[in-house]
Ligand binder design. Structure first.
Ligand SMILES: *Cc1c(COP(=O)(O)O)cnc(C)c1O
Length: 355
């Protein structure tokens, strides 16, 4: 039977799939919870937000998303603390960003109340999927696609906003060595690199595959004009430690404004780490390898939190970073995780209690 909470209609799954899931052996993003949120945009308005059992979509093959790539998404997590409470981390940032991504792709913005009410109701229904223990989380994937039939190259007049959820364990990406991009780019001035758009990912796969053939796991993207400045590490923001100074490049229309990045910046300041936001040249990394001042490189993003980079390749040469004690990467990661799991004081008001 359907019930309505606030403005959200809820149709419960007949049976939960949770018993079939081995929570100790989860591959990232392969298993989904029992329910999903769906909301349709038609006639100029978002209407009938509903939670229904997780199920396939039926769409016309001519739907715009398949032809012109009007698709944006978000990535966020729900965490369970030691007392059983469930928390989100800075969800207002994800809400703001999905609408900024939508705007750039000529897609309609989504209403705030539907986002938060829908997400809260969804997490209530699927709360058993959020396991306690640091590292365990529920990965939340809101996304918007253009659903209008017809292959006219113009923005769709119909869209679907959806949220699906996938239980996740601590994400260990293995040892990460990166290739610094000399030819390929992920984003250009005036483009949509700052948006979390599906197309930005599609364009990264091929150069990343080439880097993988050379034994690297990721590409460090450089500025499209000169390839002299580093911008992002794969699908994460990038941080560099030169001596005791932590550096990260400023955001721009080529760089995604990551929630983890801005949290790391604030935490580094709290911890008294000398931090500077400025463009970082590839040359500085090479010089830092020569004189020993390059101590750390790491990526920052929701999925892996902080991912240390062990080495990099550039112009046919390979460089290995030194092993440092009390690395900024591990100190910052610990601090961030402690806040996310309600184990440390939340000085900035980042935690948002859901249950
Ligand atoms: C999602 C994403 C990030 C990280 O953003 P968070 O909000 O920290 O998860 C960084 N770079 C790119 C290209 C991304 O898509």
């Amino acid at each position: 039977m359907d019930t309505t909470v606030n403005k959200i209609t809820i149709e419960k799954a007949k049976a939960s799939k949770i018993g079939q899931v081995d929570f100790n052996n989860l591959s990232f993003g392969e298993v989904f919870t029992d329910h999903m949120l769906v909301c349709d945009y038609k006639n100029g308005a978002w209407e009938s937000p509903r939670i229904i059992p997780y199920q396939p979509l039926v769409m016309e093959p001519s739907a715009r998303v398949f032809h012109y790539g009007q698709a944006v998404f978000e990535g966020m997590k729900a965490y369970r603390d030691d007392e059983g409470g469930v928390w989100l981390f800075r969800p207002d940032e994800n809400f703001r960003r999905i609408n900024s991504s939508c705007k750039r792709l000529a897609m309609p913005e989504f209403p705030e109340e539907y986002f938060f009410e829908g997400l809260t109701e969804l997490l209530k229904l699927d709360q058993d999927w959020i396991k306690p223990g640091v590292g365990n989380s529920l990965y939340i994937r809101p996304f918007v696609i253009a659903s209008e039939p017809g292959i006219i190259a113009a923005p769709s007049k119909q869209y679907k906003f959806m949220i699906i959820c996938s239980p996740a364990q601590a994400y260990y990406g293995g040892e990460v060595r990166v290739k610094i991009a000399e030819k390929f780019s992920r984003a250009a001035d005036g483009g949509f690199g700052y948006a979390k758009a599906a197309g930005n990912y599609a364009g990264q796969f091929y150069p990343t595959n080439l880097a993988k053939e050379e034994g690297f796991q990721q590409v460090v993207w450089t500025d499209a004009n000169t390839h002299e400045y580093i911008e992002e590490a794969g699908t994460m923001n990038i941080f560099v430690r030169l001596g005791d100074k932590l550096l990260t490049c400023p955001t721009s229309d080529r760089i995604l404004d990551g929630v983890t990045r801005k949290s790391v910046i604030a935490l580094a300041k709290d911890m008294g780490i000398d931090l500077e936001i400025r463009p970082v040249a590839v040359k500085e990394l090479l010089k830092g390898m020569e004189d020993g001042s390059l101590k750390e490189l790491f990526g920052a993003g929701t999925a892996a939190v902080i991912s240390p980079i062990l080495g990099f390749g550039y112009q046919g040469k390979r460089y290995e970073l030194p092993k440092v004690k009390e690395a900024y990467a591990s100190r910052l990661k610990q601090q961030l995780i402690d806040i996310q799991y309600n184990r440390a004081e939340d000085r900035h008001g980042w935690r948002h209690k859901v249950l």
